[in-house]
Design a protein around this ligand. Structure first.
Ligand SMILES: [Zn+2]
Length: 128
């Protein structure tokens, strides 16, 4: 499952960013996962639960992961019909043509994370 290596990368990325901001513990990571991003949210969650017990970087067992699901949406260039495709390439259910472009559902990114700095004050950080 590639979710494990993705999660390792996410934790590393967030930890590197947090260190630059003098944050020494991450309390929560919020991510956006599209239905067509080829990432399974359940597998991602399992990877996270495993990794947070490993005392790697700045997360531990109190760190939470929030996954925000992004629905897949496509618009047909031929008839303007908006629909939910099952795959990246989909036939328009109204006109039957293969002219739909995907407008959402492929996102896989860190939306934000929260952590505390050396003064123990809670801070919310956004990373891009
Ligand atoms: Zn159409």
């Amino acid at each position: 499952m590639h979710e494990m290596s993705l999660m390792v990368d996410v934790i590393q990325l967030v930890s590197d960013d947090a260190k630059l901001r003098d944050i020494n513990h991450i309390s929560k990571i919020t991510m956006i996962v599209g239905d067509l991003s080829n990432v399974l949210p359940d597998a991602l969650e399992l990877a996270f639960i495993f990794l947070r017990t490993q005392e790697v970087t700045l997360i531990n067992e109190t760190t939470e992961l929030e996954l925000i699901r992004e629905e897949a949406k496509a618009i047909c260039q031929s008839c303007d019909h908006t629909f939910t495709p099952d795959y990246r390439i989909a036939l328009c259910p109204r006109c039957g043509l293969l002219r739909a472009i995907l407008v959402s559902g492929e996102t896989f990114r860190v939306e934000s994370y929260e952590g505390s700095d050396r003064d123990e004050s809670e801070a919310t950080r956004r990373c891009t």
